[in-house]
Design a protein around this ligand. Structure first.
Ligand SMILES: Nc1ncnc2c1ncn2[C@@H]1O[C@H](COP(=O)(O)OP(=O)(O)OP(=O)(O)O)[C@@H](O)[C@H]1O
Length: 829
């Protein structure tokens, strides 16, 4: 025994010394990389000083090249200063390739080994070693010191597998912090070979980087997976950007991670095309804040807008959730018909004073409202309030919603005027209610945006007044008749009473005006007749009387913006330019043309469309939301990731139809992700029971690891609060990272109180907010309550059960009917 122990100690010591040696090999390389980067920085600083000294000297081409170099060096400097945890994270050792061609990054391009690369006795020499990192670095001879992870030469690092190894013999993940290498983990892709590097046999360290990554504790923000992207994920990340890339996969298969890495990849591939033009749509503000650090960690800042579905419209931010039944009415395609009628009908309400509503053209709006990958979250972007209008107090039977945000206004406080009185050609002329109504209906004929119909309505009013005046028959000569008519029109339109009347009778409506008008149940009843049933009308109107907007209101506002249209605004008169006054040009050109730069700035500020749209958790978009997102990517290429089994929308077929409409006839490339990297098998197996109820026949993804820790079941003792609190304390002691307590939506506030004083490693969240998030440990409170909360409740429960990376506790509530072991009926075999 002692001899065996001695032998084992000797083997361990030998392994340790090989590991140390390999770490120092990588340390040497990292030192070289940093030396080279410092050289580049000095070069850049020299160039900058030199340029300053020489002023404008140099050909335009040389100056542009110098600027580009200074810029690149600046980027390197910036990255270096960030002191990435792992600037350099990978290495591959490759066999000789089939051809001897080198790519732009200095690496050989061949994927397959040359015919003689492996000798008959299964020995081979390593012909090329590549290091992979967050950005590419070349040495002074233009040989690659580090390959950018997105470059084609880096693809084998992710794609090579023992089944299809290509040229890769050994793949190594390097763990470093700042300038220090901390560890290495190897995977052998060709274990059958005895490979030599510079005459020595190739050492292999550790047992794989993926498991090490998955075992790490979770924090409140997502980490990138750049060092351990798996082959099936890499195919999606690097898929060509043409048309629609459509990705399905179960919980934890890396869909969100893949979507974010794909954004970084697309920018790398074609920066000119995508800079500033990638939109990532996320289901909740919580998921936005969870994921928004990933792109900066991949070296991409600012060019990608990550926005929650309730924050897509500038100037309006969702702060509320609707109850499932109201959400169902508001999100459904039927709402489109209601909004079209309401937009036209709201004119009757006139437009009272009020704060004026979000200016037309609000969609897209100012840049400041947009959230970028690097930007801070705006206020109010955390958890949304959940108010069920079916169960809570009515904020006023027919009252107006409070126009607190930019989109609200008191549209219906005035009422439409019933009489137009003007004096023309010395006569008093009047149009009364029925005539005015007739004119309005004629003006509204067709489908043109309501706000763009005002000139037409004005013309029809003048026609009616002209008719009343009896002046029409005064001249038979057409020229004289036309002259008379034009002076009549001038007479009328210069009258204050006419201008004031038109402003009230045909106001320029904002989306907020129309939504406010819809808060009146009687009016909504008229507009929604035969589209919504009376119960729906009552609930929707009531929900619109709350302060603030719900997630579903935002899609309605956006739709209304396109139904109402934005009238062209007169261009701003410029300030007088003394030079123009000297030349007298001011008179000839009263309106100055926009400069090139002004135009570019204006277009950027007004941008509502993107070059690429990535939709995360796509299964949750309602038909109205698909329309909203679709408007932002009419000419875009798309990446759509989702999982039908996690859909919280009650009618997935209807949503799929709306998705197809938004994506149009663009061809789709479908991908499937099949491996669950989040949940240990013990948790995934439990969740699979709910999946079988929610979507019989659907397959669960395969869990990549198992921890041996089975889920715990707790039946409520004295009180739910005490049980959950005690369990939270227990789990906080067991895991290093975060604990998530998932409850039914209506219990959120209460659940937060249960956890008071336990610190910020533990959070309470409603089932709908758990979308996309993960915690080291989760407590799912009352499965039955979550499942009963909406028609899609079982799928929502499936989401809740698949959030944990290590441990799961299920606490039964009153409705769960736990067995003797505390297992609720929904989770029993
Ligand atoms: N290749 C990988 N290497 C390391 N970690 C990975 C890898 N792929 C996924 N993960 C991790 O697995 C977890 C789940 O990933 P992600 O949230 O992207 O999955 P998802 O498919 O979007 O899940 P859900 O549908 O449940 O929201 C994350 O912690 C992610 O970092």
């Amino acid at each position: 025994m002692a001899a065996q122990a001695q032998q084992e100690t000797a083997v361990d010591a030998a392994a340790d010394s090989v590991r140390e040696r390999e770490i120092s090999v990588e340390q040497e390389h990292l030192d070289r990389v940093y030396r080279r980067l410092e050289e580049k920085i000095h070069e850049a600083e020299f160039l900058m000083n030199d340029a300053a000294k020489r002023g404008q000297v140099g050909t335009p081409g040389a100056l542009a090249e110098r600027d580009a170099q200074v810029f690149r060096a600046g980027v390197h400097l910036n990255r270096l200063n960030n002191e990435f945890e792992d600037f350099l994270f990978g290495r591959i050792d490759l066999l000789l390739g089939k051809d001897g061609k080198k790519g732009p990054d200095g690496a050989y391009t061949a994927v397959e080994p040359a015919d003689g690369a492996v000798r008959e006795d299964d020995t081979a020499d390593i012909a090329e070693t590549l290091h992979i990192g967050r950005i590419g670095v070349l040495d002074s001879e233009y040989a690659p010191l580090v390959i950018d992870w997105r470059a084609p030469a880096a693809a084998p690092f992710y794609r090579s597998t023992p089944v299809d190894p290509g040229r890769v013999v050994r793949r190594r993940v390097i763990r470093s912090k700042g300038r220090r290498v901390l560890g290495v983990e190897d995977d052998l892709m060709r274990p059958e070979l005895t490979a030599f590097l510079d005459g020595d046999s190739l050492p292999v360290i550790g047992d794989g980087a993926l498991m090490a990554a998955l075992g790490q504790a979770r924090g409140h923000t997502m980490r990138d997976i750049v060092a351990s992207i798996q082959a099936e994920q890499d195919l999606v990340i690097r898929a060509p950007a043409a048309s629609v890339t459509y990705v399905e996969g179960g919980p934890g298969t890396g869909k969100t991670a893949v979507a974010l890495h794909r954004a970084a990849y697309l920018l790398y591939q074609d920066r000119r095309r995508y800079a500033g033009g990638i939109l990532i749509v996320s289901p909740t503000p919580l998921l936005v804040s969870y994921t928004e650090g990933v792109l900066p960690s991949l070296g991409e800042e600012g060019q990608v807008a990550i926005r929650a579905i309730g924050s897509l419209v500038d100037g309006a931010e969702a702060t509320l959730y609707d109850s499932p039944s109201v959400a169902r009415s508001k999100g459904s395609h039927r709402m489109l018909g209601v909004l079209r009628k309401a937009a036209r009908g709201a004119l009757e309400s006139g437009r009272g004073g009020g704060p004026g509503g979000l200016e037309n053209g609000g969609r897209g709006g100012s840049r400041s409202g947009r959230r970028s990958a690097s930007g801070r979250r705006g206020e109010g972007a955390g958890q949304l309030a959940f108010v069920d209008p079916d169960e809570h107090g009515d904020p006023g039977e027919h009252g107006e919603r409070n126009g607190v945000s930019g989109w609200g206004s008191g549209a219906s406080s005035g009422g439409t005027p019933q009489r137009l009185r003007v004096v023309a050609f010395g006569r008093r002329l009047e149009l009364e209610g029925p005539e005015l109504e007739r004119v309005r209906q004629v003006a509204l004929g067709g489908t043109a945006p309501v706000n763009l119909l005002r000139p037409r309505a004005r013309k029809l009013l003048l026609d009616a007044l002209w008719e009343r005046s009896g002046a029409a028959g005064r001249h038979t000569d057409p020229e004289l008749a036309a002259e008379l008519r034009s002076s009549f029109d001038e007479d009328v339109t210069s009258e204050d009473s006419f201008i004031e009347f038109l402003d009230v009778w045909w106001p320029e409506l904002t989306p907020g005006d129309v939504l406010s008008a819809m808060a009146d149940e009687r009016r909504l009843g008229r507009w929604a007749r035969r589209i919504l049933n009376p119960g729906e009308i009552r609930k929707v109107a009531r929900s619109l009387r709350r302060d603030g907007h719900s997630v579903h209101d935002i899609a309605m506002l956006d739709e209304l913006q396109s139904i109402l249209g934005t009238p062209a605004r007169p261009r701003k008169r410029r300030d007088l330019d003394p030079l123009d006054q000297l030349t007298g040009l001011e008179e000839l050109m009263p309106v100055r043309e926009e400069s090139q730069r002004e135009r570019a700035e204006r277009l950027a500020a007004e941008r509502v469309e993107y070059a690429h749209v990535i939709v995360d958790e796509a299964q949750d978009l309602t038909p109205m939301q698909w329309r909203m997102v679709g408007r932002r990517g009419r000419h875009a290429t798309w990446t759509v990731v989702g999982d039908p089994a996690q859909s919280s929308w009650s009618d997935p077929d209807e949503a799929a139809e709306a998705r197809d409409e938004a994506l149009g006839t663009r061809p789709r490339r479908r991908f499937e992700l099949t491996v669950n990297y989040r949940n240990p098998a013990e948790i995934a197996d439990l969740a699979a029971k709910v999946l079988a109820l929610a979507m019989p026949g659907a397959e669960s993804p395969r869990a990549v690891r198992s921890t041996g820790v089975v889920p715990r079941f707790r039946a409520v003792g004295d009180s739910l609060a005490a049980t959950v609190r005690a369990e939270s304390e227990r789990l906080l002691a067991q895991v290093d990272g975060t604990v998530g307590v998932v409850v039914a939506m209506q219990r959120r506030e209460e659940a937060r109180r249960w956890l008071t004083g336990l610190g910020d490693r533990v959070v309470a969240l409603g089932s709908l907010e758990a979308k996309g998030l993960e915690y080291d440990a989760t407590i799912v409170v009352s499965p039955a309550e979550i499942a009963d909360e909406s028609p899609a409740g079982l799928r929502v429960l499936y989401v809740a059960l698949t959030r944990a990376t290590q441990q799961l506790t299920v606490v039964s509530g009153e409705r769960d009917e736990p067995d003797a072991h505390g297992v609720p009926d929904l989770l029993r075999d």
